[in-house]
Design a protein. Structure first.
Lengths: 192, 143
């Protein structure tokens, strides 16, 4: 995996209402307050149990370097996840396979229902294709996380995977997972 | 083989003392939320097969892979098996279907083939309870 090539983007990215920028240590408290809410953590990979644990995870596992803060009029209302990796290829074609990006999003429940997540993720998808130059964007979720699936569909992403009982949820047990994808040429067709 | 650690995951397929192909087996953790990740350790197996073209068409790959699937579920105790292939690799997909695997992923132009360029990929999967032929109630019961 390559490091997130954030220097290929002119920060902050701006949409009609939001600014997106690489998260820093100064954002951790606001992000902890969001991610520690039970309804947010329910679908997330990890529910932070304390601020200290959240700070540790942000640094130790390189999570912060893959996090973009979503800023609404100076307030951090959520974050985006961005991981860039090499595309899948036969070994001898790897040097021309290019990159793909996996993305994710989270908006504070207090700010949900106003299209902020879609607006932020839509701009991230644009930056992935136009600024980072990846050829494919993917997103994964629990199949029952309907709000997230609706955002993927609004972004024009296609469902490529429906995995039966492949994902272990802390409360639900083994449940279904889905994978969505969008190719650069498909995105350009949607935004001509 | 050595550099990437493939050899310890490779099984030789032997026919009357002659090596006619290989199976690949990689056991790993299933996807899990962090708090329950200890319950997902070594619960998934990825399998692959390759047979010498001179010995294809006799059902040897299916026969070998069927035994590997049985070992994965009964001896290794995994709960899910996956297999990945180029979407137009018909012979391999037919083996997956003969094994009772279901197509879960159809990836569009995901994979760079050295001659064909960007091509589609598929992932098939099979759960232990499906393999046993037991119809268990779904845990998620989606509305």
């Amino acid at each position: 995996m390559t490091a997130v090539p954030l220097d290929r983007v002119s920060w902050p990215l701006r949409t009609a209402r939001l600014a997106l920028r690489p998260a820093t240590g100064d954002d951790l408290r606001a992000l902890f307050d969001i991610h520690s809410l039970p309804e947010v953590g329910y679908w997330e990979t990890e529910q932070p149990t304390s601020y200290a644990a959240f700070v540790l995870r942000s640094g130790e596992r390189g999570q912060l370097a893959r996090t973009l803060a979503i800023d609404l009029e100076g307030v951090v209302i959520g974050d985006l996840y961005l991981r860039v990796s090499d595309a899948w290829s036969q070994e001898d074609t790897a040097d021309r396979a290019g990159e793909e990006a996996e993305i994710g999003w989270c908006v504070s429940p207090a700010h949900q229902g106003r299209g902020h997540a879609t607006e932020a993720a839509g701009e991230l998808v644009r930056a992935c294709f136009e600024d980072l130059g990846v050829r494919r964007v993917t997103a994964a979720a629990f199949a029952a996380n309907h709000p997230s699936l609706r955002i993927m569909e609004r972004l024009g992403m296609r469902r490529e995977s429906y995995n039966v009982r492949d994902s272990l949820h802390r409360d639900l047990g083994w449940v279904d997972g889905v994978g969505y994808a969008l190719l650069a040429e498909e995105w350009r067709e949607l935004h001509r | 083989m050595g550099r990437e650690g493939l050899l310890p995951r490779t099984l030789v397929v032997e026919l009357e003392g002659v090596v006619i192909g290989e199976l690949y087996l990689h056991v790993a953790a299933g996807w899990a939320q962090v708090e329950v990740a200890d319950r997902a350790v070594d619960t998934e197996a990825e399998i692959v097969w390759a047979l010498d073209p001179a010995h294809q068409g006799h059902g040897y790959a299916t026969e070998a892979a069927t035994e590997l699937v049985r070992r994965c579920f009964e001896d290794l105790g995994v709960r899910r098996i996956t297999a990945t292939a180029f979407a137009d690799n018909g012979p391999s997909l037919r083996i997956m279907e003969r094994l009772g695997m279901r197509c879960e992923t159809r990836g569009v132009r995901t994979t760079l083939h050295r001659e064909q360029g960007w091509v589609d990929s598929t992932v098939y999967a099979l759960l232990a309870d499906e393999w046993r032929g037991v119809s268990l109630p779904r845990e998620d019961a989606r509305p």
